[in-house]
Design a protein around this ligand. Structure first.
Ligand SMILES: Cc1cc2nc3c(=O)[nH]c(=O)nc-3n(C[C@H](O)[C@H](O)[C@H](O)COP(=O)(O)O)c2cc1C
Length: 222
């Protein structure tokens, strides 16, 4: 693969929020997990576990749990396109993959790092984020689309999700990816300018965006 092919893959991965119900072959799901398995992780702890959810009733229950909480929370990420809680339509997607982090893998961190709560949480989150992004890119490489469903990591969603799926306490619920064939085309993506975000050597306050610039970029249609 050359750089241009890689960049095409990266640019082609866009968040899709409406899916067809067409099934995904098991082989594709296995390939997606295989890619994530090779993600980098702190001290090679590979702290991830993947729950593949295909059962329709379970998919609906999961979305009900997180949508109910989002509905009662004005600050929720929700469905970032419409501002509404995610529609049950997302359960049309054939596969959800819930990513968990095994907190017992902490023993894999060397020396003092293993005793430092902040360090371990940072390692765990970064490791899981790496695997999570590989899931998205692998799905894209197979002609599939994906959506991030970060509502699952809400602490208040934890008890219901744990009960529903049998997830033990030592597993941290990281995030969930929805995968399927797209039933919508993504809109144009607003991008920050590369010059604005790259800095060389010493850089001070004036190099970075001011509050108004950040506000103007972030205040967009969600
Ligand atoms: C940490 C994180 C959490 C996200 N949570 C959600 C979510 O709960 N629902 C959703 O529809 N999109 C979610 N997204 C997707 C972002 O809205 C999306 O990546 C962003 O708008 C850029 O669009 P793109 O993915 O098409 O490039 C999340 C993305 C990240 C990185």
């Amino acid at each position: 693969m050359n750089y241009n092919d890689f960049l095409d893959l990266v640019k082609g991965r866009r968040s899709i929020r409406k899916f067809k119900s067409d099934p995904i072959p098991d082989e594709y799901v296995n390939k997606i997990i295989e890619a994530a398995r090779w993600a980098p992780s702190g001290a090679n702890t590979q702290p991830w576990e993947f729950i593949i959810i295909r059962d329709q009733a379970l998919k609906v229950s999961i979305m009900k749990i997180i949508n109910a909480l989002r509905g009662s929370d004005k600050n929720s990420m929700g469905n970032q396109i419409t501002g509404e809680p995610d529609p049950p339509a997302v359960t049309k997607a054939p596969v959800f993959i819930l990513v968990l982090g095994d907190m017992r893998a902490r023993i894999g961190l060397p020396g003092k790092a293993g005793q430092d709560d902040r360090k371990w949480q940072s390692v765990l989150t970064s490791s899981l984020a790496s695997a999570f992004l590989y899931l998205h890119l692998a799905a894209r490489s197979l002609g599939l689309s994906s959506q991030w469903q970060s509502g699952v990591e809400r602490p208040d969603a934890g008890p219901a999700l744990r009960k529903l799926l049998g997830i033990p306490d030592y597993m941290q619920i990281y995030d969930m990816i929805v995968i399927g064939y797209p039933d919508m085309a993504p809109g144009e993506k607003r991008m920050r300018n590369i010059k604005e975000m790259v800095h060389y050597d010493f850089c001070g306050h004036n190099e970075f965006r001011n509050d108004e610039e950040i506000q103007s970029f972030c205040k967009r249609d969600r």
